[in-house]
Design a protein around this ligand. Structure first.
Ligand SMILES: [Zn+2]
Length: 106
């Protein structure tokens, strides 16, 4: 279980960094700002996946981030968030990074 959680954390971290790079292009985050934004987004997403305690959530998230029906979900299931398909999970990651960037003062 531990190694699975660790793998999930790494996957979320790299997804967050990827989105953060794209979304912070026109911002001057700096190294510390980038790290802090990445940390906040990663904790929120891990908590949403049930991999971390709820208290680390920095912003609310919907119960289910997937808007697809069960058939689509089963075909493209995300291994990080079983209640969501991959497509919706990636959109959720992007939204979270965007929200962290707009809500925090960097
Ligand atoms: Zn979906």
């Amino acid at each position: 279980m531990v190694s699975k959680d660790k793998g999930a954390k790494c996957e979320v971290q790299s997804l967050v960094k990827l989105n953060l790079k794209l979304l912070s292009k026109d911002k001057r985050l700096g190294v510390d700002g980038f790290k802090e934004a990445a940390r906040l987004a990663t904790h929120t997403i891990l908590a949403a996946c049930g991999l971390e305690h709820k208290k680390s959530i920095v912003r609310p998230f919907p119960d289910s981030v997937c808007r697809h029906n069960n058939q689509t979900k089963q075909l493209h299931m995300s291994n990080l968030m079983p209640s969501s398909c991959r497509e919706c999970f990636y959109a959720f990651v992007k939204d979270t990074v965007k929200a962290v960037l707009s809500e925090q003062k960097f």
